[in-house]
Design a protein around this ligand. Structure first.
Ligand code: GTP
Ligand code: MG
Length: 149
């Protein structure tokens, strides 16, 4: 089953949007298997965003992500990676559709409140990067038979 790494970025935490953002994934029906508040060290931010190294905004991106605590999450479910990207909306919040997290709650690309993995492979890679073995929880939500036939 697919896994995605979702992270409330420091602006989302500072703005008090943690509950709102978690709620959107929870209400959709995905399964939360990992959750923590965490001050990201620079080395981890660089590893997470290594594909963007060399971009003009890369140094400010690393400063942004390490500027305060983030909320790290892993969500599981069939099709969760692409669906979470839809719930999050376009990278530039001014172009994100109303109803999406960025469309409803943000205005700037450099302050776009949330991260979501962009492929199932990166979902697994990022879950393993941000969480230690034993921090993720395998469980069966009581509502499971009411979500999936
Ligand atoms: P993530 O879910 O955070 O990975 O966003 P994304 O997949 O929609 O975008 P991408 O992976 O291309 O970029 C990662 C993050 O870098 C974005 O979410 C922004 O926070 C930041 N970023 C991307 N492009 C720009 C830019 O042009 N300017 C600034 N300031 N930040 C950018
Ligand atoms: Mg990305």
């Amino acid at each position: 089953v697919d896994q995605t790494y979702i992270m409330v970025k420091p602006d989302g935490v500072q703005r008090g949007l943690v509950g709102e953002i978690i709620s959107r994934f929870e209400r959709k029906g995905f399964k939360l298997t990992g959750l923590k508040l965490f001050q990201c060290p620079k080395e981890l931010a660089e590893e997470h965003y290594k594909d963007l190294k060399g971009k003009p905004f890369y140094p400010t991106l690393i400063d942004y992500i390490t500027s305060g605590p983030v909320v790290c999450m892993v969500w599981e479910g069939v099709g969760v990676v692409a669906s979470a990207r839809k719930l999050i909306g376009s990278t530039n919040p001014l172009q994100a559709e109303p109803g999406t997290i960025r469309g409803d709650l943000a205005v700037q690309t450099g302050r776009n409140v949330v991260h979501g993995s962009d492929s199932p492979e990166n979902g697994k890679r990022e879950a393993a990067l941000w969480f230690k073995e034993g921090e993720l929880c395998e469980w069966t939500p009581a509502q499971a038979p009411w979500l999936m036939e």
